[in-house]
Design a protein around this ligand. Structure first.
Ligand SMILES: [Zn+2]
Ligand SMILES: [Zn+2]
Length: 271
């Protein structure tokens, strides 16, 4: 077969063969959710998935630390967990392409917005603030907030262009709020039309949350949300499953960001 002579494929086949000789895990085929199921010593142990260039292991019922540059390394982390006596405490479900797992459905609306940063409360609040400001500027994030000086995948709501922009450019120099560059991105609509088009988009934003799922827009609610995240241990990746109120797109994202900032200041002052 012609495809097998492709050098890249041959390398990965060789790599796979090497793995097969001594490995204790088997990687299954990619599921619709993007995860690859992993069996360790012949038993389902969890899965691995790729996010922002790293591979992460998942064992249902156990917060997992660590990441790898490739799927094999992430699968090895599951082997290590099994050797520590850990087993999935929630049954690993077989891939069922037409009935995605309930958890995936429940979290799909915001898991793509989980910041590519340590999941601390300040980072989550920064992500909520940056996302809210993007909405005011008629940008839609397509990935989690990566920090101010990392490229961030987003969509221009004026013309539909998708590409990477820096938050540090969009928030302006020293946070002065004047986005750069003035033409938004190469090929956008004429600059003269931007103000009117942006105003049309921001007219849809609201002060109170009008979403089906209620997001916190008062300081009291925001304190509740941040406290429960803190209690769920913000260092654990599983805690991010509770980040929906903070990260999910909301019509009142700006008001939410203000409430979260006040709540964070309140919680910090208490310490
Ligand atoms: Zn544009
Ligand atoms: Zn909302």
């Amino acid at each position: 077969m012609a495809a097998n002579r492709h050098p890249k494929i041959r390398t990965s086949e060789t790599e796979k063969q090497m793995q097969n000789d001594q490995q204790r895990y088997q990687l299954g085929a990619r599921e619709e959710s993007g995860r690859y199921p992993v069996r360790v010593d012949g038993k389902p142990a969890g899965s691995v998935y790729r996010r922002h260039g790293s591979w992460f292991p998942v064992m249902p019922g156990h917060p997992m630390d660590g990441r790898s540059t490739n799927r094999y390394g992430a699968a090895e982390l599951l082997v290590a967990a099994v050797d520590q006596g850990k087993r999935p405490t929630i049954p690993v479900q077989a891939a069922r392409p037409h009935t995605p797992r309930a958890l995936d459905v429940a979290t799909r609306s915001y898991t793509y917005l989980i910041p590519d940063l340590r999941p601390t409360l300040p980072n989550l609040v920064r992500a909520a603030e940056a996302t809210a400001r993007l909405a005011e500027l008629a940008w839609k994030p397509l990935a989690g907030y990566p920090g101010a000086d990392q490229p961030w995948m987003m969509q221009c709501l004026l013309c539909g262009w998708e590409g990477r922009r820096f938050w540090s450019h969009l928030r302006g120099r020293n946070g002065n709020g004047i986005p750069r560059p003035i033409n938004r991105h190469p090929g956008c609509l004429p600059v003269a039309d931007h103000a009117e088009l942006i105003a049309k988009h921001t007219a849809e934003l609201t002060v109170t949350c009008e979403c089906e799922f209620k997001h916190p827009t008062t300081v009291h609610k925001a304190i509740d949300v941040l406290s429960s995240l803190q209690n769920a241990s913000a260092e654990s990746p599983l805690a991010l499953l509770y980040a929906r109120p903070v990260l999910e797109p909301c019509t009142a994202a700006s008001q939410r960001a203000v409430a979260l900032r006040c709540a964070l200041n309140h919680l910090t002052a208490q310490k």
